[in-house]
Design a protein around this ligand. Structure first.
Ligand SMILES: [Mg+2]
Length: 170
């Protein structure tokens, strides 16, 4: 039995793309500086890049789950166009105050700070938590990482590739 693959869990809004407030349309898709370069660098080092994103905009009725999925697909395609490979995307549409009861849950296991998305990704992709980490911009991201047993690092803006280079000790 091998030990699994190393992965980097990446929050979406505020890490890979600008957090303009519930981005979901093509015109909202603006990469953070260095985002594609960072993912490319991580790919080259053998990391599976996995997006883990809370998307309560669905629960709040701001956009549909299909729109959310289409936006995530667009993000993955745009990155691929820059030779930056996102291996998987996990998105949580649930929220305690959802308008639509299908998305109402008092504390969904997928919604960060809960670790559900990370734990599913670890199982789905045979990820080795001991060689993996998370980058997020909020305390809830870091708490989800902690609960999943991976280190979490807080990105507070600037150039994501510079941040990743520093993390990797370059
Ligand atoms: Mg964020």
């Amino acid at each position: 039995m091998t030990s699994g693959v190393p992965a980097v869990f990446l929050d979406r809004d505020g890490v890979l793309i600008e957090d303009s407030g519930y981005p979901h349309l093509e015109e909202h898709l603006r990469f953070m500086p260095g985002a594609c370069e960072a993912v490319r660098r991580l790919n080259q080092l053998g990391y599976l890049c996995v997006v883990v994103t809370n998307q309560s905009g669905v629960a709040r009725g701001l956009f549909t789950e299909d729109q959310m999925k289409a936006f995530n697909t667009l993000l993955v395609r745009r990155m691929a166009g820059q030779q930056a490979v996102i291996g998987a995307v996990y998105a949580c549409p649930f929220h305690a105050d959802a308008l639509d009861e299908r998305y109402r849950h008092p504390d969904h296991p997928d919604r960060k700070p809960n670790p559900g998305m990370l734990l599913r990704a670890i199982a789905d992709h045979h990820i080795d938590p001991a060689r993996s980490f998370l980058i997020g911009d909020r305390p809830s991201d870091l708490e989800a990482a902690r609960r999943a047993g991976v280190p979490g690092f807080r990105f507070e803006g600037g150039d994501l590739d510079d941040f990743v280079k520093d993390l990797l000790g370059h």
